[in-house]
Design a protein around this ligand. Structure first.
Ligand SMILES: Cc1cc2nc3c(=O)[nH]c(=O)nc-3n(C[C@H](O)[C@H](O)[C@H](O)COP(=O)(O)OP(=O)(O)OC[C@H]3O[C@@H](n4cnc5c(N)ncnc54)[C@H](O)[C@@H]3O)c2cc1C
Length: 546
């Protein structure tokens, strides 16, 4: 059997980058992905079944049949959930992971996001903590992602809050009437604004074409490949070295250890001639990049007499502190048409309220939104008192689809150790592997921050000319979903964290976690750029080890 330098489980935002850095450094890599490489037409354009609006189905995995999870609601009732249900907390399962179908907002975290406990203290019932690294440590790696993968934006507009040495390589998306109205409103309020940074080619870059403004970014694949994911950048680079073997439709079952408890490789399933077959692979080092829920599940399922509670779980930390983002939304009816149907749609944001809000821990960013297919508008954006069907509903849709303004944004999650991933031994997936069980909620301080941001959203829309505004009330729920993070947090104390600052699992020389799981806190911004920057940093470190 071939012994690799490294096995990487997961080809998402982090796994793809780690594979590229290691393969380009001359290391032999096995890159494993449970999903397939999805073409543009595989992902499709179904407004009713996609990763953004997954009411009737989804389009980027995991497969509907045979991949359940167990969800425990805040009242303690548990039930089986399917991948397209909200309580499944799905991201994606395909080559590129979430980056195949994401919206591609590419925010750096704020320097204060890395020192939340020092700045605010630790609220009762929370596991709020500082990161073991600072913004300044990660800054060169943010810059590396921005230039190596290509990000469009204007860094100068947020330079004072989030310092940087270099601007983005690509200009921001052009303003729409919606952008101009929001910019006007922000000026009335004396708020600063910035173009939204996007992993989207506004001009040809990196050998890929420019965006054609087709309005199908989030939940779909890009027709010109202008949207940047790991599947069209770093993974092809890794494969081009000849050092990286990519296995798709291959599901890691456990991380294997020897008779002294040391990590030696993995066991995984492939579908060979229609029937499941277990295979093993050996390596000097294993890197888990399966996303925050599945990475925790894999470590917890890797039980042995040496590690009866799973790998890295001596102090019952794996799977705890599951975070995502509450996402308050506000809408308003503009007197004029503001929607011009030109994608991506998301264009302007304020980071005025990410920190230093009286009585609030943290805060968040507010931006306009990606263009919504009409069914998404119907599902998400209608005033609460409007009937959901019938003539009145149709009239509102027809007259106001182009007039409804919207702002929304992620709120800094205050971690709760009871919001967690555990293993449900009694329920197995189609391979016979125990599934993830999701339980708990975020901390009430997150809801207070979300409520504060909802009010700011309404304020912004009123100042932008909307006479009627409405919004969604945030509730105390489990946070995770597409921005899932935090389940194998970094830290220096083995009793309160799972890995060191490089993602190395405590007490294991050759086992790493590198993905959103590492986030100690999840910032008041969309997380993918931080996941990618951390992946470059850990990968460079790992390349020097092997
Ligand atoms: C519709 C949508 C819109 C989004 N928009 C944004 C946005 O605008 N900005 C932003 O910052 N973020 C956005 N996100 C979130 C972003 O995609 C994630 O934060 C990011 O992809 C997480 O990276 P990761 O490396 O932690 O995991 P992932 O990207 O989820 O990668 C994990 C990979 O591991 C694979 N895997 C899991 N278990 C196994 C196993 N046992 N064996 C083999 N393979 C396995 C999975 O199939 C997956 O491909 C969005 C996500 C979605 C779905």
């Amino acid at each position: 059997m071939k012994k690799y330098d490294a096995i990487i489980i997961g080809t998402g935002a982090a796994g793809g980058i780690v594979a590229c850095v290691l393969a380009e450094a001359g290391k032999s890599v096995l890159l494993l992905e449970r999903g397939r490489a999805l073409s543009f037409s595989d992902v499709g354009r179904d407004h009713l079944r996609n990763q953004r609006l997954a009411i009737y189905g989804h389009n980027a995995g995991p497969e509907l049949i045979g991949n359940p999870r167990v969800f425990v609601d805040p009242e303690g009732r548990s039930r089986l959930v399917k991948p397209y249900e909200l309580d499944y907390h799905n991201n994606a399962a395909c080559v590129g992971g979430g980056t195949r179908v994401y919206g591609a907002q590419a925010w750096r975290f704020h320097p204060d996001d890395f020192r939340m406990a020092s700045k605010y203290g630790v609220p009762e019932g929370s596991s709020l903590a500082d990161w073991p690294i600072t913004y300044e440590t990660l800054e060169p790696f943010y810059e590396r992602v921005e230039w190596e993968l290509g990000i469009a934006g204007d860094g100068r507009s947020i330079q004072n809050e989030i310092p940087r040495r270099r601007n983005y390589p690509l200009p921001p998306v052009p303003p729409s009437p919606h952008t101009l109205a929001l910019q006007h409103g922000a000026r009335q309020l004396n708020w600063g604004t910035t173009p939204v940074p996007l992993l989207i080619n506004t001009e040809a870059y990196g050998g890929r074409a420019a965006c054609i403004a087709c309005k199908y970014c989030v939940g779909f694949a890009c027709p010109t490949d202008a949207k940047t994911g790991t599947q069209n950048t770093v993974i092809p680079r890794a494969l081009a070295t000849g050092n990286c073997d990519l296995k798709t439709s291959a599901v890691a079952e456990t991380i294997e250890t020897d008779d002294r408890g040391n990590v030696v490789g993995i066991s995984y399933f492939v579908n060979s001639s229609g029937s499941p077959q277990r295979e093993t692979a050996r390596s000097r080092l294993v890197i888990v990049s399966a996303g925050a829920i599945e990475s925790a599940r894999l470590l917890l399922n890797s039980r042995s007499s040496f590690h009866p509670a799973g790998l890295g779980n001596e102090y019952d930390q794996v799977g705890r502190n599951l975070q995502g983002h509450l996402y308050p939304r506000a809408y308003g009816l503009s007197p004029t048409r503001v929607f011009n149907g030109i994608g991506p749609g998301v264009s302007v944001a304020t980071i005025q309220f990410n920190h230093d809000n009286p009585g609030i821990i943290g805060g968040g960013m507010l931006a306009d939104d990606f263009i919504k297919p009409p069914i998404d508008f119907w599902y998400d954006s209608l005033p609460p008192d409007l009937p959901r069907w019938g003539v009145e509903n149709k009239r509102f849709m027809r007259e106001n689809y182009t007039r409804v303004m919207h702002v929304r944004g992620p709120v800094q999650d205050i971690p709760n150790p009871e919001g967690r991933v555990t293993i449900e031994d009694a329920v197995r997936d189609k391979w016979g592997i125990p599934v993830a069980r999701l339980s708990g909620t975020t901390h009430p301080a997150t809801v207070a921050a979300a409520e504060f941001m909802r009010e700011r959203g309404e304020e912004w829309l009123r100042a932008s000319g909307c006479e009627t505004v409405w919004s969604t009330q945030p509730g105390l729920i489990l946070s995770g979903r597409q921005h899932q993070a935090g389940t194998c947090r970094m830290g220096s104390d083995v009793k309160t964290s799972v890995t060191d600052e490089w993602g190395r699992v405590h007490n294991h020389e050759n086992l790493f976690v590198v993905d959103g799981s590492l986030h100690v806190t999840n910032g008041g911004f969309n997380p993918v750029l931080t996941i990618m920057a951390l992946a470059f940093r850990s990968a460079e470190y790992i390349a020097r080890l092997i």
